[in-house]
Ligand binder design. Structure first.
Ligand SMILES: C[S@@+](CC[C@H](N)C(=O)[O-])C[C@H]1O[C@@H](n2cnc3c(N)ncnc32)[C@H](O)[C@@H]1O
Length: 325
């Protein structure tokens, strides 16, 4: 997945003239803090250089994960046309750009962010995001959010891993109360990220929410540790991204997990593909989470005709609309 051209240009402009050695150092510190899930009371994006390193090395991946999560919503609800977005822990506005790319109907966005440094960087980028009207609000979800407008879509992407785990329930309730239609929470696709999403999922179901994606059911999650549910998006790396990370490969695979829940009940797919399909001569092996709440492998053979044709076209993360049996 590539960034939309307007975002790519805005990022290039924001990084113009930044010394590569400084960017590399900041990217390295950032990467170690994210990998270690460090919660030492300091914000990862507390200064301008860290914010610029985030633009160069993380924004493409978080954008891709959020965009893919929103695509999963439109797959289940093609007629959903939200006009307003509220994004908490907005960083450089990744969710704004993803939502704008996903829904032409988007008119207004409120982006809440506690770090002054990344808020300024994001606000500069967002000047290129017309025609959506964007308001940036300083606010900290841990200590208490200011008065905020409710929105058709509320997003929280890659933020829970920076908050104390005891806050997950309270934050979920707060965001659900601000949601007119759909709440989307995205996390890194690690076992810890999945456990946080499971907690959000349970809380939303208890609040009466209807799960939109990725789960094709509201029953208990059938996945058991050490396995975990996650998806992946291949992300193109810019030249600067490669240089900042000392990486040679022009792409990376971003693993992510998400939950999208709505106040509006809708149709659920028959299943969701939970891992890369394995094709061999005349067969496709699929790992499926099913509408009946079960998860299992299904070997589809060429002899099954239409089911095989469907199975051959499926990819990791896809919704399966036809019951494959
Ligand atoms: C990993 S970044 C994610 C940014 C953006 N959502 C994305 O997906 O690219 C996490 C963001 O959450 C912000 N954040 C962390 N703790 C917060 C809090 N208590 N309240 C509001 N924002 C917070 C950080 O400053 C940072 O910008």
């Amino acid at each position: 997945m590539e960034l939309p051209p307007a975002l790519r240009q805005a990022v290039d402009q924001a990084l113009h003239g930044v010394a590569l050695a400084d960017l590399k150092r900041a990217a390295d510190i950032l990467s170690r803090r994210y990998r270690g899930e460090v919660r030492d009371g300091r914000l990862h994006l507390s200064d301008r250089l860290a914010a610029q390193a985030y633009l160069a090395t993380r924004l493409p991946a978080t954008y891709a994960a959020i965009r893919a999560s929103l695509a999963a919503i439109t797959d289940v609800r093609p007629d959903f046309a939200p006009a307003t977005l509220l994004d908490i822990g907005a960083g450089p506005g990744s969710a704004l750009w993803a939502a704008r790319d996903c829904w032409e109907s988007l008119e207004e966005a409120t982006l809440v962010e506690t770090s002054d440094a990344i808020r300024k960087v994001g606000a500069d980028l967002a000047t290129h995001a017309a025609p959506t009207r964007v308001s940036w609000v300083p606010g900290n979800i841990e200590t208490g959010l200011p008065e905020l407008p409710r929105a058709d879509v509320v997003t929280l992407a890659y933020v829970l891993d920076e908050l104390p785990p005891v806050l997950i329930g309270r934050v979920t309730d707060q965001l659900w109360a601000l949601t007119c239609d759909t709440l989307v929470v995205v996390e890194p696709g690690t076992p810890a990220g999945w456990r946080r999403i499971l907690e959000v999922r349970g809380r939303l179901i208890a609040a009466g929410a209807h799960l939109v994606a990725p789960c094709p059911h509201q029953a208990e999650c059938p996945i058991a540790a050490p396995d975990w549910c996650h998806f992946s998006r291949r992300v193109a790396r810019s030249r600067l991204h490669r240089l900042a990370k000392n990486a040679e490969v022009p792409w990376e695979d971003e693993k992510y997990i998400f939950i999208a829940a709505s106040r509006t009940p809708g149709e659920s797919p028959a299943a969701r593909v939970l891992s890369p399909p394995q094709s061999a001569s005349g067969t496709v092996r699929l790992k499926l989470c099913r509408h009946d709440g079960s998860a299992a492998e299904r070997l589809v053979s060429k002899r099954e005709g239409t089911a095989f044709k469907t199975a051959r076209r499926l990819d990791w993360g896809d919704a399966v609309w036809r019951d494959l049996g």
